[in-house]
Design a protein around this ligand. Structure first.
Ligand code: IPE
Ligand code: IPE
Ligand code: MG
Ligand code: MG
Ligand code: MG
Length: 308
């Protein structure tokens, strides 16, 4: 995608979503988008696979995970380089794969994603499954090729796999499927949300700790990410019942339709909103413990997740 088209997409994204408005300078978003696409522009990749993958990547999305990672690095005073954009892209690629699979008929059976038809509606289930597979595996090639110290890359690979695989997102998706039609306890639901969404949102925090050489602060960073990650899925549950398709770019009301266990179904809308605020506040509280860190940008991202 050329630079102009990248900018247009980012603009449309901002207009579509007053629900999360991130005013990052277009230049950095362009660098991130080009890191996301570059791998798939290789000529040896079958054109059908490339089209299917790029369709979902270029559909946009809030990019909150890579943006958090980049803002955390900047907050630690790190000058952003190509390797940082590649590591940022790695998490967004896995996240995008998880959305493609999440929408499949065998999972949430959702026809819309990021304001467009879901991947399988355009390319068919076979290519959608395989595009998801590619998006889960290629990021490790990207990470391993980054111009970062080898021990940092090993830490990133370990943490990204833990966040996304059987110790994280995939485990959460299994619990989510098994929870359909059931009433979970609050602690079971919290565990489900922490796994399916929380771990992928915690990764940017932990990864920023390794990349910036702040190993001593990683447990603080992890805690902030966990609070923010849980808040993010509670917010997603709230938007499912309160937002329009234009605002969220996906079908609202799906959770009720699929009889999902969500914070809204378990606690009701008002209590879910309180849980959202309490987790966002907890994230802000823990964030204060970080040393030598300019928190302004991360605090503004957290504020952007509030719902009245
Ligand atoms: C949606 O994630 C799925 C969840 C984990 C809640 P996002 O809300 O970050 O989706 P995009 O990337 O903006 O499309
Ligand atoms: C999905 O949660 C989380 C993922 C791991 C993709 P949801 O099923 O609630 O996400 P949306 O609402 O379809 O984006
Ligand atoms: Mg789902
Ligand atoms: Mg879904
Ligand atoms: Mg949802």
């Amino acid at each position: 995608m050329d630079e102009r088209k990248s900018c247009e997409n980012a603009k449309i994204e901002r207009e579509r979503s007053h629900i999360f408005c991130y005013n990052k300078e277009m230049f950095e978003m362009t660098k991130l988008n080009s890191a996301l696409e570059k791998f798939y522009l290789k000529t040896e990749i079958p054109v059908e696979l490339r089209d299917s993958v790029l369709y979902s990547i270029e559909a946009g999305g809030k990019r909150i995970r890579p943006v958090l990672f980049l803002e955390l690095l900047a907050g630690f005073g790190i000058e952003l380089a190509q390797a940082h954009y590649q590591a940022a892209a790695a998490i967004e690629l896995i996240h995008t794969g998880s959305l493609i699979h999440d929408d499949l008929p065998a999972m949430d059976n959702d026809d819309y994603r990021r304001g467009k038809a879901s991947n399988h509606k355009v390319f068919g289930e076979t290519l959608a499954i395989l595009a998801g597979d590619a998006l889960f595996l290629d990021p490790y090639y990207l990470l391993a090729s980054c111009d970062l110290p080898a021990e940092t890359i090993v830490s990133l690979v370990r943490e990204l796999s833990a966040a996304s695989g059987s110790l994280g997102m995939v485990a959460g998706q299994v619990l989510d499927m098994l929870s359909e039609g059931k009433t979970l306890s609050l602690s079971q639901l919290e565990n489900l949300h922490e796994l399916k969404t929380g771990r992928m949102l915690t990764f940017p925090f932990v990864a920023a700790g390794y990349v910036s050489g702040r190993e001593s602060q990683i447990e603080i960073l992890r805690k902030v990410g966990e609070k923010l990650g849980l808040a993010f899925q509670i917010r997603d549950d709230i938007l499912d019942v309160s937002a329009t398709i234009e605002e969220i770019g996906k079908t609202p009301g799906k959770d009720v339709l699929e009889d999902k266990s969500t914070y809204v179904s378990l606690l009701g809308l008002n209590a879910a909103k309180k849980e959202l605020m309490s987790n966002l506040n907890a994230a802000r509280e823990v964030l204060r413990n970080l040393q030598d860190f300019d928190s302004a940008a991360v605090l503004s991202i957290i504020e952007g997740l509030e719902i009245e």
